[in-house]
Design a protein around this ligand. Sequence first.
Ligand SMILES: Nc1nc2c(ncn2[C@@H]2O[C@H](COP(=O)(O)OP(=O)(O)OP(=O)(O)O)[C@@H](O)[C@H]2O)c(=O)[nH]1
Ligand SMILES: [Mg+2]
Length: 385
Amino acid sequence: MGIVTCKPEREADRQTRRIDTQIRMESQVNKKRVKVLLLGVSDSGKSTIVKQMRVNYMDGFNETEVVNAIFVIRNNIIDAFRSIANIIIHSDIIVSKEEKVLITLFAHESSKIEMMQEVDELNVINSVRTYKCIQEFFERFAFHPLVPDHIHYFFPNLERIAVTNYTPTKEDLIHMRQTTLGVHEISFDMTSHTIRLIDVGGQKTERRKWIHFFEGVTAVMFVCSLASFNQTSEEESKSIVWESSSNKVQNKTLVRASGKAKVDKPGLVNRLDESVDLFKSVRENSFLSMSNFMLFLNKKDLLVKKLEMFQFKDFFPEYKNWINSDNSMSSVAEYIESMFREGLQSKHRIYSHLTEATDHTNIDYTFVLCCSVIFEKNIDEMKLE
Ligand SMILES: Nc1nc2c(ncn2[C@@H]2O[C@H](COP(=O)(O)OP(=O)(O)OP(=O)(O)O)[C@@H](O)[C@H]2O)c(=O)[nH]1
Ligand SMILES: [Mg+2]
């Protein structure tokens, strides 16, 4: 009898031990995989970081993507000229009779340009590029809040881009703007870890999808554009109805009164305020309470340029009371960082970095630095078990 009962027990023990070993091994393997989530409002630079990682750790861009980029980049340029033409029309910039036809076409019927034959489309772009009114625009209003950031890269490169046999470079693809819809994931190895990097769309309508990816997140990389201090959200800026009253659109539209998220026009929210609010709601989300938080204060190159044209305190009046309220990039960036930290519980630690996602060296250095913190913490947690 004893033998009969003993045998199945030993078999059961062996089975249990096997399962235990398997679970332990799987857990070790899982520890080597880290899930990193890129979050932030639209146009902050999330997908640009993904593109840089693809170039560095994967195969870069394939042929289809390069061909597609020709059309996306041309549309980026036409879209930027649409905004620029509208700003010019509502400013005191003088538009000559010859310039008027195309400036009006861009301002009111830019979709017609997108539908043109390639040669005609390129002729239009090349004509406008040399206009005096456009030159004056870039001298005076280059960093107008309604001008997309990518035009500061594409405009000086237009002569190379607006040709029939144009092939986009790696750099062009990095600067190209394409809103992310849905969720995109890449996976690559770094030292002894596999990183699952998840990129989501930052537009308001996209954010409701985020929650589905909050489980088991090792780290959140929250991206904010430092240059967004004079902008409204990208979706809102597209729907702005142009005013006919002089050039007051230059910087008044988005001036923030004291307090939070107030702007001249009802319904418009300052994009930097929006970013801070979004960060706090994500940081306090209980699903992410165990995740590491990295704050990427991005587009530092554009912040430097904008501060040459604008006083930060004109947009954020509370800045006048900051320790060092000069208009320097370091002081403004420090203040913006403090906005993100304000009111957070002490247990909610964040690591912050000033970044320029379009600069390969800068973003790679920062990404590796963040990953070394993530990996180290991962190992510490393994030791505790
Ligand atoms: N000058 C400059 N441009 C940047 C920087 N980072 C991103 N950009 C540009 O900003 C634009 C928006 O970047 P994306 O990476 O598409 O933004 P996103 O956060 O993925 O936006 P959504 O997909 O809409 O959520 C692109 O044209 C980028 O090339 C930067 O540090 N400096
Ligand atoms: Mg994106």
